[in-house]
Write a protein that binds this ligand. Structure first.
Ligand code: DC
Length: 229
């Protein structure tokens, strides 16, 4: 297992991914975007015409397709059967269907196992998702939970979508975010919630760099205390 594990959980568009990537860069750690794993399985299930409510069929996706996750130019690059799908997994259809994959118990178990295998290969990792501090890495060195109010998260998501030509209204984006929050929080396995020992950071009024600095200070403080023990 990596000798430094930092988890960042939080709702959609709370800035987790960018913050995790930058924090990893500052710490010389590897970055794991676990949402991209759920998205990759969703894409494979859509392509294979798999019934999303059939867990066994969803699991068979792992036998039939080869998933690869690698950090490239600081980002999580995803390929299925050797084909780069990094852009495709961000499609609206994938985002909308990921909730089915996220509630499939056995699929979650398999992905958590893959996340732990990733950690076992690395020296330091910053991993982000919904259940990283609660389920995947309950003994992580530092756990964060990032949040921001829904209006702010909708604005951030709109800006991100615009860079890819998306023209959706703020209202529609906010509705979709609220729907995803609900499905993430109500899920029976790996629901979205802060770990008891997580440091909760509200990023509504903070810029990305400010959040990264704040997290970095917490990591330094916590690790310093740990090393002094
Ligand atoms: O963070 P994201 O939007 O890329 O996540 C995509 C989907 O995967 C979303 O429906 C939540 C789910 N997810 C999850 O259930 N557990 C994780 N650790 C990461 C993502």
């Amino acid at each position: 297992m990596a000798n430094l594990v930092i988890t960042i959980d939080g709702p959609a568009a709370s800035g987790k991914s960018t913050v995790a990537r930058l924090l990893a860069e500052r710490l010389g750690a590897s970055f794991l975007d676990t949402g991209s794993m759920y998205r990759a399985v969703t894409l494979a299930a859509i392509e294979g015409g798999v019934d999303m409510s059939d867990e066994e069929k969803l699991l068979s996706v792992f036998d039939n397709r080869k998933f690869q996750f690698a950090v490239r130019e600081g980002r999580m690059a995803v390929s299925i059967d050797g084909l780069d799908v990094t852009e495709q997994i961000r499609r609206q259809e994938v985002t909308a269907n990921a909730r089915y994959i996220a509630s499939a118990v056995k699929v979650r178990e398999k992905l958590v196992e893959m996340q732990r295998q990733f950690a076992a290969r690395e020296k330091k990792i910053v991993t982000e998702g919904r259940d990283q501090g609660t389920v995947a890495f309950p003994n992580a060195d530092v756990k964060f939970y990032l949040t921001a109010d829904t209006g702010e998260r909708a604005k951030r998501r709109q800006n991100e979508l615009r860079t890819r030509g998306g023209l959706e209204s703020l209202e529609r984006i906010q509705d979709a975010i609220e729907e995803r929050d609900k499905s993430d929080q109500d899920r029976e396995v790996g629901p979205l919630r802060p770990a008891e020992d997580a440091i909760v950071v509200d990023t509504t009024d903070l810029g990305i760099e400010e959040v990264v600095e704040k997290l970095l200070r917490c990591v330094e403080e916590k690790c310093l205390k740990r090393d002094q023990k």
